[in-house]
Design a protein around this ligand. Sequence first.
Ligand code: CP
Length: 360
Amino acid sequence: MRGLNSILELRVDELDQLIATAKDIIAHPENYWNRCAHKKLATLFFEPSTRTRLSFEAAMLELGGSVLGFSEAASSSASKGESVADTAKIVSCYADIIAMRHPKEGAPFVAAQAASIPVINAGDGGHNHPTQTLADLLTISRELGRLNDLTIGLCGDLKYGRTVHSLIEAMSRYPGVKFVLISPKELKIPGFIRYNVLEPHHIPYKEVSSLEEAIPELDVLYMTRIQRERFEDPWEYQRLRDTYVLDVEKMKLAKEIMCVLHPLPRVNEISVKVDADPRAAYFRQALNGKYMRMALILKLLDEAEKNPQPHLMNEMELEYDRVCHNPKCISQVEQELPQLFRCTDKAADIHRCVYCDQRG
Ligand code: CP
C-alpha cells in the first residue's frame, strides 16, 4: 500500500499510464461514475487552497465516492496540539485515502508513515507538490502532443516554488528536455533539485534573469507567483514581488506553438490580457488537475486493495546522528519526531533530511 509523497515515487511508465487513464476519463466519463462507490477521501488541508482541495473533492465525487475533511488547521484538533501522525492514525479510521496539504515540509510524509491508508501529498511548504505536476504533465501532453524534446522555462520563485521542484523532477526523466531557469538570484533553484536531479542526471539547464531574453526559445513557459507566505522578511517580498510580469508584448516574442502554464493562483505575474491568447493554458491546466487526481485516486485505491501492507521507510538507509536546521521542516515543530537523514552523494558526503531534503 503506497501513497504519493514525491513525484519521483512514480516511474515514467506509471506517469504515462496515469495520463492515459485521465484521457480515457475525459473521453468516457460514464465508465468511471461508480468506480469509487462507498469509498471516502479525506482532505486534510492545514493551509489554504482552492484548486487542489476542490479538484480532489470533485475527482472523488465524480468517481462515485464521498469526501470529508477540513480546510484549515484552526478547525481541526491540530489547533489543540495534536500531532500530524496522530491525526493520520485517526483519519485512517474514517476514510480510505487521504490528501494532505501542510505548511511544514515533510508533514505528509510523516502522515504516510503513521496512516494505514494511502496518503497523497497535496503540497508541503516550499518542498513538493506532486499532484500539481500530474496536472502539468497532462496539460503539456494535451497542448503540445508530447512530453519529450521540450525546452521548458520556469519563471519566478524557483526557491520556494514547490510546483517547480516537482515538475523538474518529473520532466527530467523524459528524453530531450532542457530547462531555462528564470529567477532573481535570491530565488534560484534549491540544492536538492540542483544536486539530486539536474547535475547527477546531466540534464541541460541554464540560469538567467531576463524573461524577455529567454521567451523566444521556449516550448513551455511555466510562470509562478512570488509567494508572500514563504518569506520571513516582508521587505524582501516587497522588493521581489513584481520582478516578472508576462504581458501581451512579451507574448509577441514567443513561439507560435508554445504553452503558458501557471499552477495558480496568480497575483499580477500574468496580465489578464494574456488570458485570451490561445497559448495561455493555465485554466485548462486547472481542469486537467481534476482528471489526473481521478486517475491517481483510482490507482492508489486499487493498489491498496491488492497490497494493504504499509509502505514504510527503509531503515537500513537512515542515519540518526545529524540535525535538520530548516525552520520549515516538520521535524522542527514536532519535537518527538526522530532526526532522520539519508546519504544522497557518498563521494561529496552529502546527507539530506528525509522530511524536507535539506542538507544536514
Ligand atoms: N495550484 C494550487 O496548488 O492551487 P491551490 O493553492 O489553490 O490549491
